[in-house]
Design a protein around this ligand. Sequence first.
Ligand SMILES: [Fe+2]
Length: 159
Amino acid sequence: MVNQILHDHLAEYVLPDRVHNIDDLPWVPQGEQVWFKPLRFDLVNGRWVNLLRVTKAGKVNRHRHSAQVLGFCLHGTWQYAERDWIARPGSFVFEPPGDVHTLLVDGSEEMQTLFLLEGTIQYMDDDNRLISEDNVFTKLDRYLAYCREHSLNALDLRY
Ligand SMILES: [Fe+2]
């Protein structure tokens, strides 16, 4: 009985399924030799999913995460300056809340990694002074601004 009621009203309480092809989404510049390709912006929970791409030698400046990060390396290799492991294709990475790191790519080949993020990313200098912050809203803004600037039809990734 309860299951039947849930089934009958499921569409009212859960999000419908979605599918995108990554070829229909742009690489949005994030820094020197660094781009992200957004896949989902979950504004309710402050989470987002993006591919990260680094060509040639590049880095994502030192930063701290307020929440966990999950990553899955698809192409190339990368590492954190603060760690001794190297992520390779097939590496699954967990970063706990509060983790501070600097993502480095040596430039021998292009790197692409799928990241599932939430909360806030705080970019810091070497003395732990805050430089800037990113979250699901700033990432969404960057995506929409890039689409506007390049006259691209922005797919609605807010779900
Ligand atoms: Fe990070």
